[in-house]
Design a binder for this molecule. Structure first.
Ligand code: PGA
Length: 248
């Protein structure tokens, strides 16, 4: 059985005082009935890990460099994230792909670096609005998935997040049938490439997940949880999404 995962991506939001939201989440969910992951900005990873302590909430990074170390000013390696206490790292988020020109090959190298450092890679894929409108969604997702996922991916090393670019931060989501179509497609691609291990890799939906739409999304075929941006910033909203996943 795949363990459900509620992942929060704080993006470039949060300073020390924001950890009060993490503390409130911990108080409301001391023993969550699903896996819970918060990816704060890198500056907060150590403090977030200290705040979580022995509680079963995981802390992750939002990106890592593909190299282990070296002359890459401003970048952070997977080993540095692990050293700071992270257990996961998001790679290939559409904002990284757009703002930093990250290609599928780069994302795959980052996912490999994450595995090398013992981190779970949360690999993001998603079509643009124009790609969906032109009927290219599955072709785009298939290409990104193949190009961004390393050989030998397992359920322990890898999570896939389907995040339609046009749904991120927009308040718009695909229909549940559209989400099911893409998630079922990703599952079949994973099975084709990784065999039985493909059943173990979790597939998250991301893009305007809110307390009001979470239950429907979590009841959708092959949805194993969510990657949540805006609604992960407050304990009230993210806690409601965790509740919905616990009850799914
Ligand atoms: P959103 O972001 O929930 O604010 O749409 C999701 C994401 O980018 O991971």
């Amino acid at each position: 059985m795949r363990r459900k995962l509620a992942a929060g991506n704080w993006k470039m939001n949060g300073t020390g005082d924001t950890l009060a939201e993490l503390a409130a989440l911990l108080r409301a969910h001391p023993e969550p009935g699903c896996e819970v992951l918060i990816c704060p900005p890198a500056t907060l990873i150590s403090r977030a890990c200290a705040a979580v302590g022995a509680a079963p909430i995981r802390i992750g990074g939002q990106d890592c460099h593909m190299a282990e170390a070296g002359a890459h000013t401003g970048d952070i390696s997977a080993r540095m994230l692990a050293d700071a206490g992270a257990s996961h790292v998001i790679v290939g988020h559409s904002e990284r792909r757009a703002d930093h020109g990250e290609s599928d090959a780069m994302v795959r190298a980052k996912a490999q670096a994450a595995r090398g450092a013992g981190l779970v890679a949360v690999i993001c894929v998603g079509e643009s609005g124009a790609e969906r409108d032109s009927g290219a969604t599955l072709e785009v997702i298939g290409r990104q998935l193949f190009g961004s996922t390393p050989d030998g991916a397992t359920g322990n090393s890898t999570v896939i997040a389907y995040e339609p670019v046009w749904a991120i931060g927009s308040g718009r989501t695909p229909t549940l049938a559209q989400i099911a179509e893409v998630h079922d497609f990703i599952r079949s691609e994973l099975l084709g490439r990784f065999g039985a291990e493909g059943t173990q890799i979790r597939i998250l939906y991301g893009g305007s997940v809110k307390p009001v739409n979470a239950a429907g999304i979590f009841a959708t075929s092959n949805v194993d949880g969510a990657l949540v941006g805006g609604a992960s910033l407050t304990a009230a909203d993210f806690g409601a999404i965790v509740n919905a996943l616990e009850n799914a």
